[in-house]
Design a protein. Sequence first.
Length: 394
Amino acid sequence: MPVSEFRELFDAVAAIGHRDRGWTRPPWSAPLREAEQVVADAAARAGLAAAHDAAGNLWLTDPAARDGLVAAGSHLDTVPDGGAFDGALGVVAALVAVTQLREARVDGSERLAVVSFADEEGWRFGTPIFGSRVLTGGYDRDVLERRDADGVRLGDASPSDPFAARGGHRRLASFVEVHVEQGRALTPAGVPLGIATSLAARSRFAFRCDGAANHAGTTPMAERRDALVAAARFVLAADTAARAEEGAVATVGTLEVEPGGSNVVPGRATGTLDVRAPDPARRDAVVAAIRTACPEASLERLANDDGVQFDARIRTALHEAAGAVAIDLASYAGHDAGVLQAAGVPAGMLFVRSPDGVSHDPAEHADEADCLAAIEVLQDTLRACLATFPPNAG
Protein backbone atom coordinates (compact mmCIF):
# COMPACT_ATOMS: atom_id res chain seq x y z
CA MET A 1 0.00 0.00 0.00
CA PRO A 2 1.42 3.41 -0.98
CA VAL A 3 1.68 4.87 2.53
CA SER A 4 4.02 7.70 1.59
CA GLU A 5 1.94 8.74 -1.43
CA PHE A 6 -1.22 8.97 0.63
CA ARG A 7 0.42 10.78 3.53
CA GLU A 8 2.25 13.29 1.33
CA LEU A 9 -0.81 14.21 -0.71
CA PHE A 10 -3.22 14.30 2.22
CA ASP A 11 -0.87 16.50 4.25
CA ALA A 12 -0.33 18.84 1.30
CA VAL A 13 -4.08 19.38 0.94
CA ALA A 14 -4.52 19.73 4.71
CA ALA A 15 -1.91 22.52 4.77
CA ILE A 16 -4.28 24.74 2.76
CA GLY A 17 -7.10 26.74 4.31
CA HIS A 18 -6.12 25.97 7.90
CA ARG A 19 -6.83 28.82 10.29
CA ASP A 20 -6.53 29.15 14.08
CA ARG A 21 -9.30 26.66 14.78
CA GLY A 22 -10.02 24.56 11.70
CA TRP A 23 -10.10 24.36 7.93
CA THR A 24 -12.03 26.79 5.73
CA ARG A 25 -12.03 26.41 1.96
CA PRO A 26 -15.15 28.18 0.63
CA PRO A 27 -16.52 27.33 -2.81
CA TRP A 28 -14.72 28.92 -5.77
CA SER A 29 -12.23 30.58 -3.41
CA ALA A 30 -8.47 31.05 -3.55
CA PRO A 31 -7.85 28.40 -0.84
CA LEU A 32 -9.99 25.90 -2.73
CA ARG A 33 -8.20 26.60 -5.99
CA GLU A 34 -4.87 26.14 -4.21
CA ALA A 35 -5.96 22.76 -2.87
CA GLU A 36 -7.22 21.77 -6.32
CA GLN A 37 -3.86 22.73 -7.81
CA VAL A 38 -2.05 20.44 -5.37
CA VAL A 39 -4.27 17.57 -6.48
CA ALA A 40 -3.97 18.51 -10.17
CA ASP A 41 -0.16 18.55 -9.93
CA ALA A 42 -0.17 15.08 -8.37
CA ALA A 43 -2.56 13.87 -11.06
CA ALA A 44 -0.31 15.24 -13.81
CA ARG A 45 2.55 13.12 -12.50
CA ALA A 46 0.25 10.12 -13.00
CA GLY A 47 -0.56 11.15 -16.56
CA LEU A 48 -3.99 12.58 -15.79
CA ALA A 49 -5.14 15.92 -17.21
CA ALA A 50 -6.98 18.39 -14.98
CA ALA A 51 -9.93 20.45 -16.21
CA HIS A 52 -12.81 22.33 -14.61
CA ASP A 53 -16.25 22.06 -16.14
CA ALA A 54 -18.55 25.09 -16.33
CA ALA A 55 -19.87 24.53 -12.78
CA GLY A 56 -16.39 24.37 -11.25
CA ASN A 57 -16.19 20.61 -10.82
CA LEU A 58 -12.60 19.39 -11.21
CA TRP A 59 -12.13 16.36 -13.51
CA LEU A 60 -8.86 14.41 -13.57
CA THR A 61 -8.89 12.13 -16.59
CA ASP A 62 -6.68 10.39 -19.11
CA PRO A 63 -6.18 12.81 -22.04
CA ALA A 64 -7.58 10.17 -24.39
CA ALA A 65 -10.69 9.47 -22.29
CA ARG A 66 -14.10 10.75 -23.29
CA ASP A 67 -17.09 8.87 -21.88
CA GLY A 68 -17.68 5.67 -19.94
CA LEU A 69 -15.48 6.86 -17.08
CA VAL A 70 -15.08 4.67 -14.01
CA ALA A 71 -14.56 7.39 -11.44
CA ALA A 72 -14.01 8.00 -7.76
CA GLY A 73 -13.73 11.18 -5.75
CA SER A 74 -15.54 13.59 -3.44
CA HIS A 75 -14.93 17.31 -2.77
CA LEU A 76 -12.27 19.71 -1.46
CA ASP A 77 -14.43 22.56 -0.13
CA THR A 78 -15.13 22.64 3.62
CA VAL A 79 -17.59 24.08 6.08
CA PRO A 80 -16.24 27.09 8.05
CA ASP A 81 -13.67 25.86 10.57
CA GLY A 82 -14.33 22.28 9.54
CA GLY A 83 -12.14 19.21 9.64
CA ALA A 84 -9.36 17.98 7.39
CA PHE A 85 -11.00 14.71 6.31
CA ASP A 86 -14.53 15.48 5.09
CA GLY A 87 -14.32 15.45 1.30
CA ALA A 88 -10.54 15.72 1.03
CA LEU A 89 -10.08 12.10 2.13
CA GLY A 90 -12.26 10.94 -0.75
CA VAL A 91 -10.36 12.94 -3.36
CA VAL A 92 -6.94 11.90 -2.09
CA ALA A 93 -7.96 8.24 -1.72
CA ALA A 94 -9.38 8.26 -5.25
CA LEU A 95 -6.25 9.74 -6.77
CA VAL A 96 -3.93 7.34 -4.94
CA ALA A 97 -6.06 4.34 -5.95
CA VAL A 98 -6.36 5.43 -9.59
CA THR A 99 -2.63 6.17 -9.78
CA GLN A 100 -1.77 2.70 -8.50
CA LEU A 101 -4.12 1.01 -10.95
CA ARG A 102 -2.74 3.01 -13.86
CA GLU A 103 0.83 2.15 -12.86
CA ALA A 104 -0.20 -1.51 -12.76
CA ARG A 105 -1.64 -1.08 -16.27
CA VAL A 106 -4.87 -2.86 -15.45
CA ASP A 107 -7.16 -3.43 -18.41
CA GLY A 108 -9.19 -0.33 -19.14
CA SER A 109 -7.17 1.90 -16.82
CA GLU A 110 -7.45 4.75 -19.33
CA ARG A 111 -11.13 4.99 -18.28
CA LEU A 112 -10.26 5.63 -14.62
CA ALA A 113 -10.94 9.17 -13.43
CA VAL A 114 -11.12 11.33 -10.31
CA VAL A 115 -13.75 14.02 -9.76
CA SER A 116 -13.74 16.74 -7.08
CA PHE A 117 -17.19 18.32 -7.01
CA ALA A 118 -17.85 22.02 -6.48
CA ASP A 119 -19.59 23.49 -3.41
CA GLU A 120 -20.58 20.16 -1.91
CA GLU A 121 -21.10 21.66 1.55
CA GLY A 122 -23.36 24.42 0.26
CA TRP A 123 -23.15 26.53 3.43
CA ARG A 124 -22.39 29.88 1.81
CA PHE A 125 -25.45 30.15 -0.46
CA GLY A 126 -27.70 27.40 0.85
CA THR A 127 -26.82 25.21 -2.15
CA PRO A 128 -25.74 21.79 -0.86
CA ILE A 129 -24.12 19.42 -3.35
CA PHE A 130 -24.15 22.20 -5.95
CA GLY A 131 -21.70 20.78 -8.48
CA SER A 132 -23.26 17.35 -8.88
CA ARG A 133 -26.79 18.76 -8.77
CA VAL A 134 -26.02 21.21 -11.56
CA LEU A 135 -24.66 18.34 -13.65
CA THR A 136 -27.77 16.24 -13.08
CA GLY A 137 -30.40 18.98 -13.38
CA GLY A 138 -31.13 19.29 -9.67
CA TYR A 139 -31.01 23.10 -9.64
CA ASP A 140 -32.67 25.68 -11.87
CA ARG A 141 -31.10 28.95 -12.97
CA ASP A 142 -32.97 30.95 -10.34
CA VAL A 143 -30.59 29.46 -7.75
CA LEU A 144 -27.99 31.93 -9.06
CA GLU A 145 -29.97 34.74 -7.40
CA ARG A 146 -29.32 33.42 -3.89
CA ARG A 147 -27.08 35.59 -1.74
CA ASP A 148 -24.67 34.85 1.06
CA ALA A 149 -24.55 36.54 4.47
CA ASP A 150 -22.66 39.49 2.98
CA GLY A 151 -25.18 39.99 0.18
CA VAL A 152 -22.95 38.50 -2.51
CA ARG A 153 -24.97 36.91 -5.29
CA LEU A 154 -24.22 33.28 -6.11
CA GLY A 155 -24.16 34.06 -9.82
CA ASP A 156 -21.36 36.56 -9.20
CA ALA A 157 -19.28 34.20 -7.04
CA SER A 158 -19.66 31.03 -9.12
CA PRO A 159 -18.30 30.45 -12.64
CA SER A 160 -20.03 32.59 -15.24
CA ASP A 161 -22.41 29.95 -16.62
CA PRO A 162 -22.43 26.86 -14.38
CA PHE A 163 -25.47 25.42 -16.14
CA ALA A 164 -23.42 24.85 -19.26
CA ALA A 165 -22.14 21.79 -17.37
CA ARG A 166 -25.60 20.20 -17.21
CA GLY A 167 -25.59 16.62 -18.43
CA GLY A 168 -21.90 16.13 -17.68
CA HIS A 169 -22.68 13.21 -15.40
CA ARG A 170 -23.39 11.14 -18.50
CA ARG A 171 -19.64 10.82 -18.95
CA LEU A 172 -19.64 8.46 -15.96
CA ALA A 173 -20.18 4.72 -16.18
CA SER A 174 -19.88 4.41 -12.39
CA PHE A 175 -18.76 6.39 -9.36
CA VAL A 176 -17.43 5.42 -5.91
CA GLU A 177 -16.93 7.88 -3.04
CA VAL A 178 -14.74 7.30 0.02
CA HIS A 179 -15.75 9.45 2.99
CA VAL A 180 -14.91 9.76 6.64
CA GLU A 181 -17.66 8.30 8.82
CA GLN A 182 -20.11 10.90 10.10
CA GLY A 183 -21.28 9.38 13.34
CA ARG A 184 -19.97 6.57 15.46
CA ALA A 185 -21.26 3.20 14.28
CA LEU A 186 -18.06 1.53 13.10
CA THR A 187 -16.03 1.76 16.31
CA PRO A 188 -18.57 -0.15 18.44
CA ALA A 189 -18.82 -2.73 15.64
CA GLY A 190 -15.06 -3.21 15.71
CA VAL A 191 -14.54 -2.65 11.97
CA PRO A 192 -12.73 0.14 10.10
CA LEU A 193 -15.05 0.43 7.10
CA GLY A 194 -18.75 0.88 6.33
CA ILE A 195 -20.43 0.22 3.00
CA ALA A 196 -23.27 2.63 2.38
CA THR A 197 -26.66 1.06 1.76
CA SER A 198 -28.63 4.27 1.33
CA LEU A 199 -28.82 8.00 1.93
CA ALA A 200 -31.70 9.44 3.95
CA ALA A 201 -34.36 11.75 2.56
CA ARG A 202 -33.44 15.36 3.29
CA SER A 203 -34.92 18.86 2.99
CA ARG A 204 -33.46 22.25 3.84
CA PHE A 205 -35.59 25.38 4.39
CA ALA A 206 -35.24 29.04 5.18
CA PHE A 207 -37.86 30.10 7.75
CA ARG A 208 -39.10 33.52 8.82
CA CYS A 209 -41.19 34.71 11.75
CA ASP A 210 -42.52 38.28 11.54
CA GLY A 211 -43.51 40.43 14.51
CA ALA A 212 -43.39 44.11 15.37
CA ALA A 213 -40.28 45.85 16.62
CA ASN A 214 -40.90 48.11 19.61
CA HIS A 215 -39.33 49.49 22.75
CA ALA A 216 -38.32 46.76 25.23
CA GLY A 217 -39.29 48.86 28.24
CA THR A 218 -42.48 50.58 27.16
CA THR A 219 -44.25 47.76 25.30
CA PRO A 220 -46.53 45.77 27.65
CA MET A 221 -46.27 42.00 27.37
CA ALA A 222 -49.90 41.74 26.32
CA GLU A 223 -49.30 44.03 23.34
CA ARG A 224 -46.11 42.47 22.06
CA ARG A 225 -45.62 40.68 18.76
CA ASP A 226 -42.19 39.25 19.48
CA ALA A 227 -40.75 37.48 16.43
CA LEU A 228 -38.11 35.71 18.49
CA VAL A 229 -40.74 34.17 20.75
CA ALA A 230 -42.43 32.82 17.62
CA ALA A 231 -39.06 31.50 16.43
CA ALA A 232 -38.56 29.82 19.79
CA ARG A 233 -41.89 28.04 19.33
CA PHE A 234 -40.70 27.02 15.86
CA VAL A 235 -37.45 25.53 17.23
CA LEU A 236 -39.35 23.57 19.87
CA ALA A 237 -41.90 22.42 17.29
CA ALA A 238 -39.09 21.09 15.10
CA ASP A 239 -37.58 19.21 18.03
CA THR A 240 -40.92 17.72 19.06
CA ALA A 241 -41.91 16.72 15.52
CA ALA A 242 -38.63 14.94 14.83
CA ARG A 243 -38.72 13.04 18.12
CA ALA A 244 -42.22 11.81 17.29
CA GLU A 245 -41.20 10.30 13.92
CA GLU A 246 -39.00 7.20 14.11
CA GLY A 247 -35.55 7.75 12.64
CA ALA A 248 -36.11 11.44 11.90
CA VAL A 249 -33.89 14.38 12.87
CA ALA A 250 -34.53 18.13 12.62
CA THR A 251 -32.08 20.98 13.14
CA VAL A 252 -32.44 24.75 13.30
CA GLY A 253 -28.85 25.56 12.41
CA THR A 254 -28.92 29.35 12.07
CA LEU A 255 -31.01 32.09 13.66
CA GLU A 256 -30.86 35.84 13.10
CA VAL A 257 -32.88 38.51 14.88
CA GLU A 258 -33.80 41.96 13.56
CA PRO A 259 -33.24 44.72 14.41
CA GLY A 260 -30.94 43.09 16.94
CA GLY A 261 -30.89 45.67 19.75
CA SER A 262 -30.75 44.61 23.39
CA ASN A 263 -33.55 47.07 24.19
CA VAL A 264 -35.75 46.34 21.16
CA VAL A 265 -38.52 43.76 20.86
CA PRO A 266 -37.51 41.61 17.85
CA GLY A 267 -39.50 42.42 14.73
CA ARG A 268 -38.25 39.56 12.59
CA ALA A 269 -36.43 36.27 13.13
CA THR A 270 -35.01 34.21 10.28
CA GLY A 271 -33.10 30.97 10.17
CA THR A 272 -32.64 27.58 8.56
CA LEU A 273 -34.33 24.24 9.12
CA ASP A 274 -32.80 20.91 8.13
CA VAL A 275 -35.03 17.80 8.26
CA ARG A 276 -33.87 14.23 7.53
CA ALA A 277 -35.54 10.84 7.80
CA PRO A 278 -35.11 7.31 6.43
CA ASP A 279 -37.69 7.95 3.71
CA PRO A 280 -39.58 10.86 2.11
CA ALA A 281 -42.86 10.06 3.88
CA ARG A 282 -41.37 10.41 7.34
CA ARG A 283 -39.42 13.52 6.36
CA ASP A 284 -42.56 15.14 4.99
CA ALA A 285 -44.53 14.16 8.09
CA VAL A 286 -42.02 16.03 10.26
CA VAL A 287 -42.28 19.15 8.08
CA ALA A 288 -46.09 18.99 8.14
CA ALA A 289 -46.13 18.69 11.92
CA ILE A 290 -43.88 21.73 12.25
CA ARG A 291 -46.12 23.77 9.95
CA THR A 292 -49.18 22.78 11.98
CA ALA A 293 -47.58 23.60 15.32
CA CYS A 294 -46.18 26.95 14.17
CA PRO A 295 -48.35 28.36 11.35
CA GLU A 296 -47.00 31.88 11.86
CA ALA A 297 -43.64 30.80 10.42
CA SER A 298 -43.15 30.94 6.66
CA LEU A 299 -40.99 28.27 5.02
CA GLU A 300 -39.01 28.51 1.78
CA ARG A 301 -37.59 25.22 0.51
CA LEU A 302 -33.92 25.61 -0.39
CA ALA A 303 -33.06 22.02 -1.24
CA ASN A 304 -34.85 18.70 -1.42
CA ASP A 305 -33.57 15.16 -1.81
CA ASP A 306 -35.66 12.03 -1.52
CA GLY A 307 -32.67 9.85 -0.65
CA VAL A 308 -31.39 6.89 -2.60
CA GLN A 309 -30.44 3.21 -2.49
CA PHE A 310 -26.92 2.63 -3.78
CA ASP A 311 -26.15 0.35 -6.72
CA ALA A 312 -26.26 -3.32 -5.68
CA ARG A 313 -23.40 -4.30 -8.02
CA ILE A 314 -21.05 -1.73 -6.53
CA ARG A 315 -22.11 -2.66 -3.01
CA THR A 316 -21.30 -6.30 -3.81
CA ALA A 317 -17.90 -5.33 -5.20
CA LEU A 318 -17.16 -3.30 -2.07
CA HIS A 319 -18.14 -6.20 0.19
CA GLU A 320 -16.06 -8.67 -1.80
CA ALA A 321 -13.06 -6.36 -1.60
CA ALA A 322 -13.48 -5.56 2.10
CA GLY A 323 -14.48 -8.93 3.48
CA ALA A 324 -14.89 -9.00 7.23
CA VAL A 325 -13.52 -5.49 7.83
CA ALA A 326 -16.72 -3.75 6.67
CA ILE A 327 -20.39 -3.65 7.61
CA ASP A 328 -23.44 -2.11 5.95
CA LEU A 329 -24.14 1.46 7.00
CA ALA A 330 -26.96 3.86 6.16
CA SER A 331 -26.06 7.55 5.95
CA TYR A 332 -28.06 10.61 6.96
CA ALA A 333 -25.73 13.04 5.22
CA GLY A 334 -25.92 14.27 1.64
CA HIS A 335 -23.18 13.23 -0.79
CA ASP A 336 -22.36 13.66 -4.46
CA ALA A 337 -22.48 9.87 -4.91
CA GLY A 338 -26.14 9.93 -3.89
CA VAL A 339 -26.97 12.67 -6.39
CA LEU A 340 -25.31 10.67 -9.17
CA GLN A 341 -27.07 7.45 -8.19
CA ALA A 342 -30.44 9.21 -8.23
CA ALA A 343 -29.64 10.49 -11.73
CA GLY A 344 -28.92 7.00 -13.05
CA VAL A 345 -25.17 6.74 -12.55
CA PRO A 346 -24.35 3.50 -10.69
CA ALA A 347 -22.70 4.68 -7.48
CA GLY A 348 -21.47 3.48 -4.11
CA MET A 349 -19.87 4.81 -0.95
CA LEU A 350 -17.26 3.55 1.48
CA PHE A 351 -17.05 5.12 4.95
CA VAL A 352 -13.84 5.18 6.98
CA ARG A 353 -14.11 4.82 10.74
CA SER A 354 -14.22 8.02 12.79
CA PRO A 355 -13.12 6.88 16.28
CA ASP A 356 -14.91 9.70 18.10
CA GLY A 357 -17.73 10.20 15.59
CA VAL A 358 -16.91 13.89 15.12
CA SER A 359 -17.72 15.55 11.79
CA HIS A 360 -17.62 19.12 10.44
CA ASP A 361 -15.20 20.06 13.22
CA PRO A 362 -11.40 20.29 13.50
CA ALA A 363 -11.50 17.20 15.77
CA GLU A 364 -12.73 15.13 12.81
CA HIS A 365 -10.31 12.23 12.33
CA ALA A 366 -9.63 8.87 10.73
CA ASP A 367 -6.61 6.71 11.50
CA GLU A 368 -4.11 6.37 8.67
CA ALA A 369 -4.30 2.57 8.77
CA ASP A 370 -8.06 2.74 8.19
CA CYS A 371 -7.60 5.20 5.32
CA LEU A 372 -5.09 2.88 3.70
CA ALA A 373 -7.47 -0.05 4.11
CA ALA A 374 -10.14 2.00 2.33
CA ILE A 375 -7.77 2.71 -0.56
CA GLU A 376 -7.09 -1.01 -0.99
CA VAL A 377 -10.83 -1.72 -1.07
CA LEU A 378 -11.36 1.15 -3.50
CA GLN A 379 -8.68 -0.17 -5.85
CA ASP A 380 -10.28 -3.62 -6.00
CA THR A 381 -13.73 -2.07 -6.43
CA LEU A 382 -12.63 0.18 -9.29
CA ARG A 383 -11.03 -2.82 -10.95
CA ALA A 384 -14.37 -4.66 -10.65
CA CYS A 385 -16.25 -1.61 -12.01
CA LEU A 386 -14.07 -1.57 -15.11
CA ALA A 387 -15.25 -5.11 -15.83
CA THR A 388 -18.88 -4.55 -14.78
CA PHE A 389 -19.64 -1.22 -16.44
CA PRO A 390 -18.62 -1.07 -20.12
CA PRO A 391 -17.62 2.19 -21.84
CA ASN A 392 -21.14 2.78 -23.11
CA ALA A 393 -22.69 2.42 -19.62
CA GLY A 394 -22.55 6.16 -19.03
